[in-house]
Design a protein around this ligand. Structure first.
Ligand SMILES: [Zn+2]
Length: 355
């Protein structure tokens, strides 16, 4: 469940025009899609203007042409640009549907659920909201929501945030990644650490917020908070070497920063639905990379047929988890290629005695 939320928030944080297709939303388990739709956090966008063509194996992205046929029915096609022998390919209309995050709606829900004094005030359109004051276990705080502090326009956002520095204990809620630089007394809380989905609704937990801010001790049953081992500025994943041991342990080495052993839970690969926790599917994918020396091609007969079909998505989710753990925007994987399949930028070694 957390995996889907991480993926959604990370994607939406990275780009103002982030959009999700039906096919991607199929992978969101545990009612994440239903909850986000019924809460109005996901709203339907204009249909895709360009789409991957189904006609060839080259993943060519082509412009969609929409025509009305005599009789009124609508037909969508793309023209394959990769191969001369394919020509026009029909596209099912459902494949063109896209959803994106309605940040105003999300700001409103966060404001309401956390009991901030509100009303949520949009300071910078679709980027920055002031949610109002709150009392978090006896501690007064002023809450903000900020999106995309590191993408274009982020400088102005950061300036705007700093202009509120005189408020008591300002807390900025951000989707996933803390911005670099100094922010004085500001504290940053990732939305993913306070957001969950249950019974078809999205939840934003004031208790979790209090725990993250250190106002409250964590209860035994609270979800596991992920540890981090930040890659310092200027380093990328080529500085990382991991060694997988039995019992869900990973020795993580960053050159120049030393080694530390983490559990799958520490790294954010626990299945959040179960207590005590078990490793999730993504941990299985990372283990497969260890087993295959950091490279998986379609020839490797790993996992079930369904897992292989999902590999593209899974690798992108593993990527998000690793980016959170290492606190970086660098990609842990080389770009996919048909010949080399998926390849890690880091070194990963399998030292398990039972596989
Ligand atoms: Zn094509």
């Amino acid at each position: 469940m957390r995996d889907a939320i991480i993926n959604i928030l990370g994607t939406a944080e990275a780009s103002d025009s982030a959009a999700f297709a039906d096919s991607e939303m199929l992978d969101w388990r545990d009612g994440v899609k239903g909850a986000l739709l019924s809460d109005g956090i996901l709203k339907e966008l204009d249909h895709a203007r360009a789409i991957e063509c189904d006609g060839c194996d080259n993943r060519c992205i082509e412009k969609v042409r929409i025509r009305k046929r005599a009789g009124g029915s609508v037909i969508a096609t793309v023209y394959c640009g990769a191969r001369d022998d394919i020509g026009s390919v029909n596209v099912p209309l459902d494949r063109l549907r896209r959803w994106g995050i309605d940040w105003d709606r999300l700001a409103h829900l966060v404001c309401k659920s956390l009991g901030a004094s509100g009303p949520s005030e949009n300071i910078v359109p679709r980027r920055l909201w002031r949610l109002g004051g709150n009392n978090i276990d006896g501690m007064k705080a002023e809450l903000f929501l900020a999106v995309g502090l590191e993408r274009a326009g982020g400088n102005d956002l950061r300036k705007e945030i700093r202009s509120h520095a005189s408020l008591p204990s300002p807390v900025v809620i951000i989707p996933l990644k803390k911005p670099p630089g100094r922010f004085g007394d500001f504290r940053f809380v990732c939305l993913r650490s306070i957001m969950n989905v249950s019974n078809g609704r999205s939840l934003f937990s004031l208790d979790e917020l209090a725990i993250v801010l250190g106002a409250k001790k964590k209860s035994k049953n609270a979800p596991v908070v992920v540890k981090t081992f930040p890659l310092s500025a200027g380093k990328d994943f080529t500085a990382v070497a991991m060694t997988l041991y039995d019992g869900g342990k990973m020795d993580v080495n960053i050159s120049g920063a030393g080694s530390e052993v983490y559990s799958y839970e520490d790294m954010g690969f626990a299945d959040g639905r179960r207590t005590p926790t078990t490793p999730n599917d993504l941990w299985g994918v990372l283990n497969a990379f260890a087993q295959f020396h950091g490279q998986i091609t379609w020839k490797d007969n790993i996992g079930s047929q369904k897992e292989r079909a999902n590999l593209k998505k899974q690798v992108s989710l593993v990527s998000s988890v690793l980016q959170t753990f290492f606190q970086t925007n660098e990609s842990p994987f080389h770009p996919y290629s048909k010949e080399d399949g998926y390849r890690t930028r880091f070194v990963i070694t399998d030292s398990r005695t039972n596989r």
